[in-house]
Ligand binder design. Structure first.
Ligand SMILES: Cc1cc2nc3c(=O)[nH]c(=O)nc-3n(C[C@H](O)[C@H](O)[C@H](O)COP(=O)(O)OP(=O)(O)OC[C@H]3O[C@@H](n4cnc5c(N)ncnc54)[C@H](O)[C@@H]3O)c2cc1C
Length: 226
C-alpha cells in the first residue's frame, strides 16, 4: 500500500468521496457540527499566503469557490505495492495499477497461489479484505470453490459520526431503471439511535418498489450517522 504525495487531484478524489452522502443530505453542501461537505466539486489548486492556506474549487454548477483553512489533509490515494516481489517469476499476473490479478475465487495466475485484500485492487474496505481472505483460505485449503458476493458489501468509513452504506445507492437504483420507494429517515426516529443518545444524521432507505399488496420489502439502506 502506498500513499501518494499531496496533489490537487488526490484532494479532489477525497472531496468526491463525500458525494456518497449527497442523496442523504439532499444538497450539494451541508454544515454538520461545524464540518462542511462540498460534493461534486473539483479541486483546481491550493494557495498559501501570509493569512493562511486555502483550497480552490470548481463546483458542480461550474462556479468557483475558495475555502480558507488552517491545514490541508489529503486522505485519498492508495495503490498496491507488489512490484518488488517478482511475481512474474511464479506466474502471478499483475494489472495496470500493480494489483495482483485474481479470478472470482481469489486464485492468481498461478493455480497454487491465492491472493486477497487491497493488493488485489478491489474495493478498499476492511470487510472486502476479510471476506476475500476467508474465501481464499477456504478455496486454497478445502477446495471450497467459493467467490465473494459484493452485492451487499458494507461500506463503512470510520469517522465520527460514521458514514456507512450497503447495497445499491438511490442513484444507482434509479440509474438501473429499478423503481424505488426511497426515503430519508432522520435518526431522531430510530429507537436504537435514541437509546444511544446520539441522533445525529439520517438513514437513506432505498427499498425496491414492491407490487401493490405484496407486503414484502427488500431493504437496501444507505446510511449516514450511527
Ligand atoms: C488511512 C486509512 C483509512 C482507512 N479507513 C477505512 C475505513 O474507514 N473503512 C474501511 O473499511 N477501510 C478503511 N481503510 C482500508 C483498510 O484499512 C484496508 O482495506 C484493509 O486494511 C486491507 O487489508 P489488507 O489485509 O488487504 O491490507 P493491510 O491491512 O494493508 O495489511 C497488509 C499487511 O501486509 C504487510 N506486508 C506488506 N508487504 C509485505 C511483504 N512483502 N512481506 C510481508 N508482509 C508484508 C503489511 O505490513 C501489512 O501488515 C483505510 C485505510 C487507510 C490507509
Amino acid at each position: 500500500m502506498c500513499t501518494h504525495a499531496a496533489s490537487a487531484a488526490a484532494l479532489s478524489a477525497a472531496i468526491d468521496l463525500a458525494s456518497t452522502t449527497r442523496s442523504a443530505t439532499r444538497g450539494s453542501a451541508t454544515l454538520y457540527q461545524g464540518t462542511g461537505v462540498v460534493t461534486g466539486a473539483t479541486v483546481t489548486g491550493v494557495r498559501r499566503d501570509g493569512h493562511g492556506r486555502s483550497v480552490l474549487l470548481k463546483t458542480a454548477l461550474g462556479g468557483e469557490r475558495e475555502l480558507a483553512c488552517g491545514q490541508i489533509l489529503v486522505a485519498a490515494g492508495r495503490c498496491p505495492v507488489a512490484a518488488d516481489l517478482n511475481l512474474a517469476a511464479v506466474g502471478v499476473r499483475t494489472g495496470g495499477r500493480g494489483e495482483i490479478v485474481t479470478d472470482a475465487r481469489q486464485r492468481t495466475g498461478n493455480p497454487r497461489i491465492w491472493a486477497a485484500g487491497d493488493v488485489t485492487g478491489g474495493p478498499p474496505y476492511v470487510y472486502t479484505a476479510a471476506a476475500q481472505g476467508s474465501v481464499a483460505a477456504g478455496n486454497a485449503l478445502f477446495h471450497s470453490e467459493r467467490a465473494v458476493d459484493y452485492s451487499a458489501l458494507p461500506r463503512v468509513t470510520f469517522t465520527s459520526p460514521a458514514i456507512a452504506s450497503a447495497g445499491l445507492t438511490e442513484a444507482e437504483l434509479v440509474q438501473s431503471g429499478v423503481a424505488c420507494d426511497c426515503r430519508v429517515l432522520p435518526l431522531e426516529s430510530v429507537p436504537r439511535a435514541i437509546v444511544n443518545r446520539d441522533t445525529r444524521g439520517v438513514v437513506n432507505w432505498s427499498p425496491r418498489r414492491q407490487p401493490a399488496g405484496s407486503g414484502a420489502c427488500t431493504p437496501l439502506p444507505m446510511g449516514q450517522g450511527r
